[in-house]
Design a protein around this ligand. Structure first.
Ligand SMILES: Nc1ncnc2c1ncn2[C@@H]1O[C@H](COP(=O)(O)OP(=O)(O)OP(=O)(O)O)[C@@H](O)[C@H]1O
Ligand SMILES: [Mg+2]
Length: 398
């Protein structure tokens, strides 16, 4: 791989990893969010900051790139020896940590930590409805990401947290999660039993408590189960946690909207990803969070950063000339012609892809002041710290 040659101005990324407290990396499926998050975290650690990268997916490849067996709900430190082995240095107090959000375990921890009484925590954790919904309910993952962020940012244990998010529409949910979880708790059946109870206050709750047995036995006769009793119990016990959830959600939302946080949107230059990026950009501004820039990943272009012309024949011919002279002894005229023809076809194909990518990037940047940083399509998968460091070189070098 040759020297980095990012064409866009990279101030935003460089200053974000040096100064911000929270970086959120968003984008559609498979564009390179997890890899970019890890590369940014790695670069910040090299600068001397204590950094945590929080991923949402199991990201096994990332775990192995970081020399970790797996990622789970506990932050794990990337061995400083691994940096040395791969020829990388960590300045000063630089540390790199990684973890994966485990929705179910985070939810259990939240219940244990914030239930006002241990018996209440046990009651919720043992509740059938809780066990069913705690990792399956729409919005729970995003809500738990919020709770996890609340815990992680509370005690300034890390100088910087880089948050990797799930693909686009879920990432939007993530931005919205504090409100969404409230909506879930206030919606449908829940609202029927629960919302009214909250509105009507204590008298309704008393009524509900008294009637639960009656209604529940009615339900049991119809459904043959204890669903209603469990549901009523769950939402009754959740009542005492409701205000806490709201408070923490508000705090995280404020942090996401503050100048301590910067969002980066990752996309690939293919039209479908670009369309999703446009949609996402429209949405992100409506959430009142700051966008640091757009990272266009896996761009087809030459190692020196140049984009070949669409016919590209002169470049192709010069490559072939070099090849022919370096393999002069082998240069049987007919064989060489076959190789030359194939090379020209491959070259033209690559040139076309490169042109298309630049066209897409041109459309994305038209009339927009947002910083756009291009990262080339690497020949090989990114599978170690060095690969992450190479990617961050492209993100950070002007
Ligand atoms: N610039 C690049 N060149 C080559 N390969 C890359 C590049 N960027 C990322 N990759 C590879 O692409 C794959 C997908 O990347 P990654 O897992 O980071 O995407 P993602 O956006 O997090 O995906 P998902 O939406 O599924 O979570 C990985 O194998 C990664 O190593
Ligand atoms: Mg990912």
């Amino acid at each position: 791989m040759s020297a980095p040659d990012t064409i866009a101005d990279t101030d935003q990324i460089a200053s974000a990893i040096a100064e911000r407290r929270l970086i959120v990396v968003c984008g559609s499926g498979g564009v390179g969010k997890t890899t970019t998050s890890a590369a940014l975290a790695c670069a910040a650690a090299q600068l001397g900051r204590k950094v945590l990268v929080l991923t949402i997916d199991p990201a096994r490849r990332l775990a192995s790139s970081l020399g970790l067996e797996e990622l789970d709900n506990e932050p794990r430190r990337v061995s400083p020896a691994l940096f040395r082995e791969q020829g990388l240095s960590l300045k000063g107090k630089g540390e790199l940590w990684a973890m994966m959000l485990d929705t179910k375990r985070t939810f259990d921890d939240v219940i244990r930590r914030y239930a006002p009484r241990p018996e209440l925590a046990e009651q919720i954790l043992g509740n059938l409805i809780y066990q069913q919904i705690s990792d399956a309910l729409a919005g729970t993952q995003e809500y738990m990401a919020m709770e996890q962020l609340y815990e992680l940012t509370r005690d300034d244990k890390y100088d910087l947290i880089v948050v990797d998010t799930p693909p686009t529409q879920h990432a939007l949910d993530f931005l919205d999660s504090p409100d969404r979880m409230m909506n879930v708790l206030d919606s449908g059946v829940v609202k029927l039993v629960w919302g009214n109870a909250r509105k009507a206050g204590k008298s309704y709750m008393d009524w509900l408590r008294r009637s639960t047995k009656l209604i529940s036995s009615l339900f049991e006769r119809i459904t043959g189960g204890e669903l209603f009793g469990d549901m009523a119990e769950f939402f009754q016990s959740f009542d005492e946690l409701y205000d806490g959830i709201r408070g923490r959600s508000k705090e995280v939302k404020l942090l996401l909207q503050s100048d301590q946080t910067l969002f980066f949107l990752v996309t690939s230059p293919v039209p479908s990803a670009m369309q999703e990026a446009q949609y996402f950009l429209g949405k992100i501004s409506s959430y009142g969070v700051s966008l640091g820039g757009i990272i266009v990943n896996r761009v087809h272009r030459l190692a020196d950063g140049l984009v070949p012309a669409s016919d590209a024949l002169p470049e192709a011919r010069s490559i072939v000339k070099c090849l022919a002279s370096s393999h002069a002894k082998l240069a049987d005229e007919r064989q060489l012609k076959v190789v030359v023809d194939e090379l020209i076809v491959a070259w033209q194909h690559y040139a076309k892809l490169a042109q298309q990518d630049q066209h897409q990037i041109g459309q994305l940047s038209a009339g927009r002041k947002t910083q756009i940083t291009q990262v080339p399509y690497f020949d090989a998968d990114i599978h170690d710290l060095q690969g992450l460091a190479q990617l961050s070189d492209y993100l950070l070098t002007r």
